[in-house]
Design a protein around this ligand. Sequence first.
Ligand SMILES: Nc1nc2c(ncn2[C@@H]2O[C@H](COP(=O)(O)OP(=O)(O)O)[C@@H](O)[C@H]2O)c(=O)[nH]1
Ligand SMILES: [Mg+2]
Length: 284
Amino acid sequence: MTFDGVTAADASAVGLPSAPRDGYTTDTTGGRVVRLATTGRRMFSSISLGIVSPMANEEDTAVPFVEAVLAQCEPFGLRAVRFFAVLDRVSRDRTRERLEALAATEPRLTVVWAPENRSVVDAYMRGYREAMKQSDWILEIDAGFSHQPSEIPRFLERMVDGYDCVFGSRFMAGGSIAGTPLKRRAVSRGGTILANLVLGTRLSDMTSGFQLFTKAALAEILERGIRSRGPFFQTEMKAFARRLRTAEVPITYRNASHSVGSAALADSFARLWRLYRLRLQDRL
Ligand SMILES: Nc1nc2c(ncn2[C@@H]2O[C@H](COP(=O)(O)OP(=O)(O)O)[C@@H](O)[C@H]2O)c(=O)[nH]1
Ligand SMILES: [Mg+2]
């Protein structure tokens, strides 16, 4: 039996019951899940979720952020929830100390210290590796409240429809981008249009990084080889998800910490060219 394109084999691989999602309803108010029907609950109860969040210099918000993320997962009754905060030498404030203090009483939090990281992409990769060891689904979310923990339920609710990946989008109906310089918005928007044209993808946001994957999908994407060590790595990941079952949900993005520099743009064009050549060879 299948439900929404998920075969029984797929379902059992992630521990999902291979049954239609009869009776699955959610009721959301202001982004908070207030009620989950019993069938939805049963599905989630077989899933272990790993959350990956690289963090640097987030001392003011690190603890409330982790707490908010865990609180949003709570109503789903997941089999397990594990939060992996990946830190490295780029973080020069008290983020690590604050998180380690929280981890002493919060068993769902693991602080991964990775001084060997050479870029933020290394931090994401390390987080994926840690999460994939013991999770059916992997959620990636940036700290600092530029991604909203209150929007996590949308990802989980969409995922049970049988997707391999659910991507957050700032540009679809209901999504938004605020407190972000015009240049960066233009790069995100223009980059999305260009990437879709060149790569044949059809996502409304090719550069955001708030997303949920099944373990198998993430493994397949990573296996293709993520080459960018800048923000373009998000686009590489989405390009490699091209043949997977993907969905988008709207997200609210707030207060970017950085603008996108010319080195990052040059990296993006070089990596886009590589992906385009793969597409021409029918290998994308
Ligand atoms: N471990 C680690 N985390 C980082 C590094 N740079 C940024 N981050 C984290 O990665 C996420 C996104 O980075 P950020 O610079 O805030 O992106 P922006 O706000 O979208 O401009 C946030 O959770 C940051 O704390 C880094 O070099 N190492
Ligand atoms: Mg930020």
